[in-house]
Write a protein of this length. Sequence first.
Length: 350
Amino acid sequence: MKILKQVMGVDVSQQALDVCLGHLREDLTTELYKHRVFPNKAQGHIALEQWLRNHTDATVPVRIVLEATGVYHQLFASYMDSEGYAISIVLPTKISNYIRTLEVKTVTDKTCCQALARFGLERKLDNWKKPDPAYEKLRQLTREREQIVQERTMVKNRLHAEQSEACPNANSIKRIEERIGLLNQQEEQIRREIRQIITSEASIQQGVERICTIPGIGTLTAVILLAETNGFELVRNKKQIASYAGLDVREKRSGTSVHGKPRISKRGNKYIRKALYLPSLAAARYNPAYKELYTRLVSRHGIKMKALVAVQRKMLELAYILHKNQTDFNAQYEQEKRAVENVLSSQTGS
């Protein structure tokens, strides 16, 4: 029977690639027919690609479906992309929700790659595009800076504790201060490298400047948003970018007895969430639109952090819209929108 579609689901870990082959027949039935484990390194990628050729129909394209797992999938995805395969990288939340719909009692690497293969056979997925080298470099630099900031905070706490001792050790204090100085120098070096990349890429500079028109968002935050999303390359709508950042709301309700509190999933990019925290504080205080939203939500349920998360989500969605439409922030947009709606409603009424 003729094969309409071929998919290889790949569950990626640091050491291994669990792969499962499946195809969709002409009568619309699916079959998972091969499973194997390869090492997640260059030799394993080559062996996997040869194995894939030997067990698939050369006349039907093969789609490779991966789950986004930190950085461990990047080398494999880049290699298979260079070999001409169509690749789709799926958010973990989508796959975990999909697995719940299957009759899977035990979740293992094998069942995960099987679920990825089934998911690819049943859905129409977007093609993954290899990240732009400039965005890739910016992501590496911003993440390195984040690690340095965290380390500096710990060292400063250690300095405070040492200085508060009854008998502080002068040599220890000196070494700690030197370490803080070194971390400050390294952070400044990273900032210079980030500025060099921005100024050398006109499109990135324009994107950063555009996002920075949003009150509360500075250059570093704008860079993180663009770097972590590859310039919003595969984002199709506001709901998708909120889910990617883990700012989507999960709520469990059933009948009259189950009323779970709505919570954000946090199953997404933690760097985006962290980058938006301080800007959301500034926006909730100084941006009239977000200040109104923040005040309304706090007065409703009294939870400030919940209101800040809503502001973060709105800021992220706005950054995406501005970048997509290539427009700057307009503080009067909501007022202008309401005025137009009032005019239209009055014309309709008359």
